[in-house]
Design a protein around this ligand. Structure first.
Ligand code: ADP
Ligand code: MG
Length: 262
């Protein structure tokens, strides 16, 4: 008998019946997200894929209040985020963008930035906080004195990730984190995200057009089209056996989504 109980991770983010409407350039109200509900669990990677313009970026921006829903609710650990100060929320829900952004100065100064920004004493080069995030993203302490802008694209993306992790977030949002990376850097970042997600018990929500990420590291996958969830399930399984015509034709034409810019 194979009755081994599957352990179910706790829900960290719960999105309930969310609608986003915006005024388009022609002055008309358009629905960007249409009754979206799903949950992201700790220690799991939730992937969001879909064609350009399907609402992926808008969806994750809601989770740290860079955008606000027109209807519906979003909960973090059971608490409605509409009542949480956005700056406080963003310490718990960190975001990593598509293009790595480096502040002027060294790698160390870039990692100290979140502390300086909040008027806290920044951790020093030898501190546990700095060592911890360097370990997580596999950057060597010798690199701390390097000019951050002189680092490679893959290294800069890892600095971005380290800077997001330094505040001990509970949720990590990533918007197309590999779109500027080559295949080896993508594979490396993917393994890293997967390890960090497990070791830090984070809920990761990643928007991606990269089927490599979807197949290799995503636990729970959501396929979005025109602001609606068309298909949802376990990542690799869903890619192997798409259930809807829409998702099948998306998979047949992966290039269609490549130019998503935000
Ligand atoms: P994706 O990330 O999937 O490419 P986005 O979430 O960026 O999609 O955008 C979804 C749709 O919402 C697009 O049609 C875009 O033009 C529209 N949109 C995004 N932001 C705004 C805004 N601030 N005002 C009006 N329309 C917007
Ligand atoms: Mg986008």
């Amino acid at each position: 008998m194979n009755q081994r109980k599957q352990s179910v991770n706790d829900i960290l983010v719960e999105i309930v019946d969310v609608v986003v409407t915006k005024v388009n350039p022609a002055g008309q109200n358009t629905v960007i997200l249409d009754r979206i509900s799903f949950s992201a669990r700790e220690g799991e990677i939730t992937g969001v894929i879909g064609p350009s313009g399907s609402g992926k970026s808008t969806l994750i921006r809601l989770v740290n209040r860079l955008d606000e829903p027109s209807e519906g609710r979003i909960f973090l650990n059971g608490e409605n985020i509409s009542g949480i100060d956005p700056l406080l929320l963003r310490q718990k829900v960190a975001m990593v963008l598509q293009k790595p952004f480096m502040f002027e100065g060294t790698l160390l100064e870039n990692l100290q930035r979140p502390f300086v920004f909040r008027n806290f004493t920044p951790p020093s080069a030898g501190s546990n906080e700095i060592s911890r995030v360097l370990d997580l993203v596999q950057l060597s302490p010798e690199m701390l004195t390097r000019d951050a802008r002189s680092l490679s694209g893959g290294e800069q993306q890892r600095v971005n990730l380290a800077r997001a992790l330094i505040s001990h977030p509970e949720v990590l949002l990533l918007d197309e984190p590999t779109s500027a990376l080559d295949r080896p850097s993508t594979a490396r970042l993917a393994t890293m995200l997967s390890n960090i997600c497990r070791s830090e018990r984070l809920a990761i929500i990643v928007v991606t057009h990269d089927l490599y990420l979807a197949e290799h590291i995503v636990d729970h996958l959501i396929y979005l089209e025109h602001g609606k969830i068309i298909e949802e399930g376990a990542g690799a399984q869903m890619l192997a056996k798409p259930q809807t015509k829409a998702f099948r034709s998306f998979l047949a034409e992966p290039e269609r989504n490549k130019n998503a810019s935000s």
